[in-house]
Design a protein. Structure first.
Length: 227
């Protein structure tokens, strides 16, 4: 599962997108830093229509009658089997840049949060899918998204059995190519990335509440908690 992320610096991502993919439309402009983004909140995403825009965290298929089912994650192993995800997987893929993500591990009588971030770059580009849904109550369309998850790598296994799919820079073009619609061409990208690409450490349980959204959430509890 990947249900909480932090994204507070998009300068390098924007530069890399320009260098790797060329021109795109930036609908976001100046990014508002957020250190604790939860489901239903705004997630920045680079869509395969070449728009860098805000999406609502929790996919609502365009054919849904209401908001009752908003799934924040899509399992890589079944993404092409589930009607809720199949169309988006084939036609509406995205990259969701994050500076890191949180995961919880049961330790004794409580769940201990961990912050997981890159070892080399300052962001992960997460594999995601998106769709556009018309909200009849508000009389407007909203773009929604879900992060794709896969089996954990060796670093993540002691914390959780799932982790987000991370798309390497050299595969961005393939992942965002709207002409690529056959699942077989994409499955290789849905594997867990190497453990050497990330580091994890324990953080305060303040992150449990989405109301808390500040840089202090990223502070390690102690040097001994580093993975």
């Amino acid at each position: 599962m990947c249900g909480r992320v932090g994204f507070f610096s998009d300068g390098l991502f924007i530069n890399d997108v320009q260098a790797v993919l060329g021109d795109f439309v930036n609908d976001i402009g100046y990014l508002t830093p957020h250190y604790n983004i939860a489901p239903s909140q705004a997630l920045a995403a680079l869509l395969n229509n070449h728009h860098y825009t805000e999406t609502s965290f929790g996919l609502i298929p365009h054919w849904a009658k209401d908001r009752k089912r908003q799934l924040i994650n899509a399992r890589a192993e079944t993404i092409n089997d589930k009607p809720m995800f199949r169309g988006s997987f084939r036609h509406k893929r995205a990259l969701i840049p994050v500076n890191g993500f949180y995961e919880w591990h049961q330790e004794g009588g409580h769940k201990q949060p961990y912050w997981i971030h890159p070892t080399e770059s300052d962001y992960f580009a997460l594999g995601a899918i998106w769709d556009k849904w018309y909200d009849n109550e508000q009389e407007k369309s909203i773009t929604t998204s879900a992060i794709i998850t896969t089996a954990s790598n060796e670093l993540m296994e002691p914390i959780h059995d799932r982790m987000p799919v991370i798309i390497p820079k050299e595969s961005w073009g393939l992942w965002l190519d709207s002409e690529v619609q056959e699942p077989e061409a994409l499955y290789e990208l849905l594997q867990p990335c190497g453990s050497d690409r990330m580091v994890a450490y324990k953080v305060s349980t303040r992150v449990n509440s989405p109301v808390n959204d500040d840089a202090e959430l990223l502070a390690p509890m102690s040097p001994e908690t580093l993975f």
